[in-house]
Write a protein of this length. Structure first.
Length: 91
């Protein structure tokens, strides 16, 4: 009778990523500037992430300003002074 092959189990796990490639034309000067910050592909990925985050932040701030414009809360100066005094007393 044959023996089952070894006690070790050799498995190779392959993870496949669906990656999109982009091409960008840059000058040698721009290339050198990017290389100062690390590997060009990594610097470009970080720049894209930063750009998208910035866009999302601006969009959120714009929505907030629109909401504040529509639902502006008006208070009297006397009420504001009383809130400030109350805050000072609780410190």
């Amino acid at each position: 009778m044959g023996r089952i092959a070894g006690s070790r189990l050799n498995m190779t796990t392959r993870i496949t990523y669906n990656v999109t490639t982009i091409s960008v034309r840059i000058s040698e000067k721009e290339k050198a500037a990017l290389r100062k910050h690390g590997k060009i592909s990594q610097v470009v990925k970080e720049a894209i992430d930063l750009y998208l985050s910035s866009k999302e932040s601006r969009r959120a701030l714009r929505k907030l300003k629109d909401l504040q414009r529509r639902e502006s809360v008006k208070t009297s100066a006397q009420y504001d002074v009383s809130l400030i005094r109350e805050d000072r007393l609780t410190r």
